[in-house]
Design a protein around this ligand. Structure first.
Ligand code: BTN
Length: 325
């Protein structure tokens, strides 16, 4: 049985590999290698060429998501709390993958990453466009002792962590659009989708889904119905996704622990320092009571403070979408 990720790792360095070498490495016949490469060419957007006398070569080198490289770049604190990592070539949605598993298993502090998603989910039922081996699609399962009712600030804490991680790669103008969208130059770079499971007043399982555009193929990006950006076009260099994933976890895990102890109030100032809408006139959709106002940052629960008719009102996550006007 050929392990496709291992075969892809050998193949995708951009060099020639003879069928014989690959067969020896994988412990199978040359025919088995040939059949598997044919299958990869059919199923994934990778072109593996076969040149007689030289061997197989990919058209463009790819660095795959790799467990060892992620672990090497994690702090020892994160290393010790993360109980497991699954890496999938393809799945419907990394969030759904974890949600299906928490029903039956006692999974804890578990990370799942995928090279592509066939039904990547965004907030409000939107699609999250998830092409192969281009971007980051990750979901972290985390158990919090606080109840669902106290969770309103969690998605904002996740967004701060992603913003900090992205900043550490040299992208300085990262901003957050309430509640948890990550923007650079008014273009969306990353999004967070939180899905919670638990009883009203007991510990709660959070599936924390994070998508980061790292190297979005232009033609596929054209399908996205809003302005978007990716890390490689901003930085004008190649980015190793494993380093970004590790950095997100290094920022996120300590914050999750702090949130679990002290709640959102500890993060209010940090979130407000990234606030894209601060003091701007905004339009609010999907809220019966308030349709416009001036944004004044977030309160200790993570609610957006909106001034309208000389009164300040609080808006909670998931209720509304906000657009600068
Ligand atoms: C948004 O609409 O801004 C949220 C996007 C969240 C996308 C990520 S990708 C990994 C995880 N799996 C999903 O299906 N969605 C989230």
């Amino acid at each position: 049985m050929i392990n496709i990720p291992v075969l892809l790792d050998y193949l995708c360095d951009g060099k020639f590999h003879s069928g014989e070498d690959l067969a020896t490495q994988m412990g199978v016949s040359r025919t088995a290698i040939w059949k598997q490469i044919k299958r990869i060419n059919e199923k994934f957007p990778i072109v593996i060429k076969s040149i007689p006398g030289k061997g197989y070569k990919v058209n463009k080198p790819i660095t795959f998501v790799n467990r060892d490289e992620i672990l090497q770049n994690l702090t020892s604190q994160c290393n010790s709390v993360l109980k497991g990592i699954d890496i999938l070539l393809e799945c419907a949605s990394t969030n759904q993958f974890l949600l299906d598993r928490i029903e039956n298993n006692k999974l804890e502090s578990y990370l799942v990453l995928a090279e592509s998603q066939t039904h990547g989910r965004g907030r409000r039922g939107r699609e999250w466009v998830s092409p192969f081996a281009s971007n980051i699609y990750m979901s972290l399962l985390w158990t919090l002792k606080i109840s669902i009712a106290e969770m309103s600030g969690l998605s904002l804490v996740v967004a701060i962590s992603v913003a900090k991680a992205i900043q550490s790669f040299g992208i300085n103008n990262v901003m957050l659009k309430w509640p948890n969208d990550i923007y650079v130059d008014n273009k969306k770079l990353s999004g967070v989708l939180l899905e919670l499971r638990g009883e009203a007043n007991s510990p709660c399982n959070a599936v924390i889904g994070i998508g980061v555009n790292v190297n979005m193929p232009k033609l596929i990006g054209d399908r996205i119905d809003q302005q978007w950006s990716d890390m490689e076009s901003i930085l004008k260099k190649n980015i190793n996704r494993n380093h970004v994933i590790a950095q997100i976890l290094n920022e996120l895990i300590p914050r999750l622990e702090k949130f679990n102890e002290y709640g959102f109030s500890e993060f209010m100032d940090e979130w407000n320092s990234f606030d894209l809408l601060a003091e701007q006139k905004i339009k609010i959709e999907g809220n019966m009571n308030l349709s416009e106002g001036i944004a004044h940052g977030v309160d200790k629960q993570g609610a957006l403070l909106v001034e309208h008719n000389d009164k300040i009102q609080s808006l909670y996550s998931g209720e509304v979408s906000v657009r600068a006007v």
